[in-house]
Design a protein around this ligand. Structure first.
Ligand code: NAD
Length: 496
């Protein structure tokens, strides 16, 4: 059986003292294993990155950008292969995998413009005969730790911009579905990225903790669940690193009485159940303003959910694939049981869905709960599965307060035809990414991505302009040259 190793110094490194099984979630079968890096292997990757860094930092910027241009072409050429790997290990349907990869490629696109993005700031004659400028210099060796749900896109949020800025990068992908990240990193070598500038170490907590504590690693980007994000932020910051740690979510869609409910029902279907609900920007709560909104939405959603096509992602006719692991499926089923026992109304029960042609896959149909209240576990916690909760409220203010009181603040949206309500909502809501009649407001690659509250620990958001700042440090240079006839004596006052 194939064992996926690590990519260090441009070579495949096998360190098989500990390995983990990788499942095809559509069949429940083990498709390969992945090596879990020891501390020694991670240190080998850090040492390789440190060796490669100085020459790469001094490589002319347009040559670094040229690698990104070539990588973009290679990603497009190999899209089918990358997406097949996403479907095989994550389970997402092919169209969804294509969408994920496309959003990842857009980050490479943005990194192609790095000469423009790193231009810096300059003032001539900031003082008499004095020029001043700010330069944005790379940090050195930086690392990224990524989650299972976007195995290609989230790594591409991080390392293309980091290396385009002149850093060396160590990627630790999710051990549940690591192949796509490895494949993309191999394409980066083919595009001309020098060995050591992007090393991939597969692994678990041991690998992560080594990256967190090693002083040669200057910054950490993390995307994953909130408890781990908080741990990464606290540990990495205490070790003196720059850290951005993006966490979990509970994204609310507020539906006003004037909204186009046909549009809302279609939008919510995709946003709640796409990728089996395993998206940090998935809509998991509909806040219906008024009972008639809730009743009509339930009337529209119920038959559509029964008709949802659930099956292997390789079948082009499917809308929704399996969950990532049997364990995760068990957790989501546990939430459905908890919703029932806490008194919510289970309108559609995904546990009853029969899946054609797949007995052992980790499938679960779509579930819909009505009459959910804010004290219930299914409202408070991130389920990360195909379960949508409807909370009924009586006013816009009640809806806004509900969203603002939730501990997470990743994404949200409002459906309305009322410009004033939309404007008030986007102004007052305590959430980092807001959609107005847009259910999944994931910012495009030339903006930045990040939540508020317990959905992000750190200051700078992921990708886009914030990534340029995250992966560089500002140096401000003040310069004066001796010129004839203005020799000054010593001055003891503060320069002004
Ligand atoms: P996770 O937190 O379990 O794992 C993420 C990464 O952390 C993996 O690489 C994993 O190996 C590592 N890790 C896990 N446990 C660790 C530990 N104890 N110590 C050190 N490292 C550890 O998350 P997941 O299940 O892979 O992904 C799903 C979660 O990610 C959801 O909560 C989802 O909302 C979140 N997510 C957030 C965003 C965002 O942008 N905010 C995007 C995608 C996913």
């Amino acid at each position: 059986m194939l064992n996926l190793g690590h990519l260090i110094d441009g070579k495949d490194v096998q360190d098989n003292s500990r390995v983990q099984k990788i499942y095809n979630p559509a069949t429940g079968e083990v498709s390969k294993t992945v090596a879990l890096a020891s501390r020694k292997t991670v240190e080998q990757a850090i040492a390789s990155a440190e060796r490669a860094y100085p020459a790469w930092r001094d490589t002319p910027i347009q040559k670094r950008a040229a690698v990104m241009f070539r990588l973009k072409a290679l990603l497009e050429k190999n899209a089918d292969k990358i997406c097949a790997s996403l479907t095989e290990e994550h389970g997402k349907v092919t169209d969804d995998a294509m969408g994920e990869l496309q959003r990842g490629i857009e980050n490479v696109d943005y990194a192609c413009g790095v000469p423009e993005l790193l231009k810096g700031e300059f003032n001539r004659n900031a003082g008499p005969g004095i020029d001043s400028w700010s330069d944005f210099q790379p940090l050195g060796v930086v690392a990224g730790i990524t989650p299972f749900n976007f195995p290609a896109m989230v790594p591409l949020w991080m390392w293309p911009m980091a290396v385009a800025c002149g850093n060396a990068f160590i990627l630790k992908p999710s051990e549940k579905d690591p192949s796509a990240a490895y494949l993309v990193a191999s394409l980066a070598q083919e595009a001309g990225l020098p060995p050591g500038i992007l090393n991939v170490v597969n692994g678990d907590k041991e690998a992560v903790d080594t990256l967190l504590h090693d002083t040669r690693v200057k910054a950490i980007s993390f995307v994953g669940s909130t408890p781990i994000a908080e741990y990464i932020y606290a540990t990495g910051s205490a070790a003196g690193k720059r850290v951005q740690a993006l966490g979990g979510a509970k994204n609310h869609a507020v539906v006003m009485p004037d909204a186009d409910l046909e549009m809302v029902s279609n939008a919510v279907m995709g946003a709640a159940y796409g990728s089996c609900g395993e998206r940090c920007m998935a809509i998991s709560v509909v806040v219906a303003v008024g009972d008639s909104v809730a009743d009509s939405l339930i009337e529209k959603l119920t038959p559509a959910l029964h008709d949802l096509r659930v099956g292997a992602g390789t079948d082009k006719n499917m809308d929704m694939g399996p969950l990532i692991t049997a364990e995760h499926k068990g957790k989501v089923v546990g939430y459905i049981e908890s919703g029932v026992s806490e008194g919510a109304t289970l309108v559609v029960d995904g546990r009853e869905k029969s899946i054609t042609g797949s007995n052992n896959g980790f499938f679960l149909g779509a579930s819909l709960f009505d009459n959910v209240t804010s004290n219930m576990t299914i409202y408070q916690e991130e389920i990360f599965g195909p379960v949508l909760c409807i909370v009924r409220v009586n006013s816009f203010e009640e809806a806004l307060n509900l969203v603002n009181e939730h501990e997470y603040g990743n994404g949200t949206c409002i459906f309305t035809r009322d410009g004033e309500a939309a404007r008030q909502f986007s102004d007052k809501v305590e959430v980092g990414m807001v959609g107005i009649n847009v259910p999944i407001p994931v910012p495009v690659a030339f903006h930045s991505f990040g939540g508020w509250k317990r959905s992000l620990f750190g200051d700078l958001h992921a990708y886009g302009p914030d990534a340029v700042r995250f992966y560089t440090k500002r140096k401000t240079i003040t310069q004066k040259w001796p010129s004839s006839g203005n020799l000054e004596g010593p001055s003891f006052s503060f320069p002004s």
